[in-house]
Design a protein around this ligand. Structure first.
Ligand code: PLP
Length: 427
């Protein structure tokens, strides 16, 4: 925007360059997406200016009649998007993001030092599921609560429910968290419910990554089984950055009190408005088609890589992401991430089950949400697969010799007339 450029050339330039970067690159970050211009418009609207501590109809500030309408609309649409009945389920749309949403649930349902169990970080869990290391308690969720992670079967990469059950019978957690940041398969919510019932624990489902797929019925719904369900709103759901907590009706008051006043202050009303817009889109046939495409594209990429000898954790994918085990090929996830970034392919290194620490992980996480939003189809994703294989070959090369070919590769991808194109294509 020209006026902004004039007012603040320094920041304006950064915004310009970031927009260019986003347009130019191939985004395979599994937790990212491109929000629509409408979502961005509401995010930048006057809703930003209003303070509205409290809930619709019960605020601590005047002037909230319209904000009440916006938040109520968002809540109604959130329940509708997941086919929930307001008699059974409550929803709080105020959490600032996924991490605060999760912390709100713990605050609501647990006492300090109660016990929680979540999927370990190296197996695909999230920091807020109780992460700690042998050196320190990394996440506040492991400082204020006693955490014991469960994990996946090292051979299959699938959640080890037998192991989880045995641990839970010993550890007796008050709350078990189901859900992940890097798990490529469908999650069996019922199996979690049964273990929770056996040990008397709450079942919290964190569907942050897959909430779009749940809404569009590309992944089984956790709602028949969970006590509470949290989600971010900016991943497969494709909304503004934010967080939501759904809770069984009898837990509503506790969750609401935990979000405000226990943890947060005034809600981010522009975010809530933008989310209301997106939740209307989520209920459309177009969004359902989008999510079908997300899954089909991810499978196409997985099949391509597998056909070309790559090893994927669990052998493939059922959802929007896959985990590529590059350790098997003598590489590190960081190296692939770096080589790809030099060619404007954006991926992230990720721990895989055989890693003992997330610091130098042996995997790469690849997701299909963002590029599907940009219109990429299965053929495009196979092409992307071929770029990734070339990046892998370059990374192998860099490992043994100089960085020269790496530079060639990047030039080749960004410059159609690159003279070395043919040679590099054969790498
Ligand atoms: N839960 C899961 C499963 C996630 O993957 C993430 C983020 O990637 C979060 C929670 C936290 O969300 P945020 O980064 O918005 O705090």
């Amino acid at each position: 925007d020209r006026a902004l450029q004039q007012m603040d050339p320094e920041l304006g330039d950064m915004l310009y360059r970031e927009r260019e970067r986003q347009v130019r690159s191939i985004n395979l970050i599994a937790s990212e997406n491109f929000a629509s211009s409408y979502v961005l418009q509401v995010l930048g609207s006057e809703l930003n200016n209003k303070y509205s501590e409290g809930l619709p109809g019960a605020r601590y500030y005047g002037g909230n009649a319209i904000i009440d309408e916006v938040e109520q609309l968002c809540k109604t649409r959130a329940l509708a998007a997941f086919r929930l009945c307001a008699d059974d389920w409550a929803v709080n749309v105020q959490p600032y993001s996924g991490s605060p949403a999760n912390f709100a649930v713990y605050t609501a349902l647990l006492k300090p030092h109660d016990r929680i169990m979540g999927l370990s970080l190296t197996a695909g869990g999230h920091l807020t599921h109780g992460h700690y290391t042998s050196q320190r308690k990394v996440s506040a969720t492991s400082v204020y609560f006693e955490s014991m992670p469960y994990t996946v079967d090292k051979q299959t990469g699938l959640i080890d429910f037998d192991g989880l059950r045995k641990q839970a019978l010993l550890f007796r957690p008050q709350l078990i968290i189901a859900g992940a940041s890097a798990y490529p398969r469908l999650i069996d919510w019922q199996a979690f419910r049964e273990i929770c019932d056996e040990v008397g624990a709450f079942l919290m489902v964190d569907m942050a990554h897959i909430s779009g797929l749940v809404a569009s019925e590309q992944h089984p719904s956790p709602f028949p089984y969970a006590d509470v369900v949290t989600t971010t709103t900016h991943k497969s759901l494709r909304g503004p950055r934010g967080g939501v907590v759904f809770a069984r009706k009898h837990l509503e008051q506790k969750i609401d009190d935990a979000v405000f006043p226990a943890l947060q202050g005034g809600p981010h009303n522009a975010t809530i408005g933008a989310l209301a817009f997106q939740l209307r889109q989520v209920a459309t046939p177009e969004f359902k088609q989008y999510c079908q495409d997300v899954v089909a594209n991810c499978k196409a990429l997985a099949d391509y890589l597998t056909r070309h000898g790559c090893s994927l954790i669990t052998g493939g994918t059922d959802n929007h992401l896959l985990l590529w085990d590059v350790k098997q090929e003598g590489l590190s996830g960081s190296k692939i991430e770096k080589v790809c970034e030099m060619a404007s392919i954006i991926v992230n290194r990720n721990a895989i089950p055989s890693d003992t620490s997330p610091v130098s992980p042996g995997g790469v996480r690849l997701g299909s949400c963002a590029m599907t939003t940009r219109g990429a189809d299965e053929t495009n994703f196979e092409r992307i697969g071929s770029f990734l294989l070339r990046a892998r070959d370059i990374a192998n090369h860099v490992q043994s010799r100089s960085g020269k070919k790496l530079v060639d590769f990047c030039k080749c991808l960004s410059d159609a007339d690159c003279p070395e194109k043919e040679a590099i294509a054969e790498l």
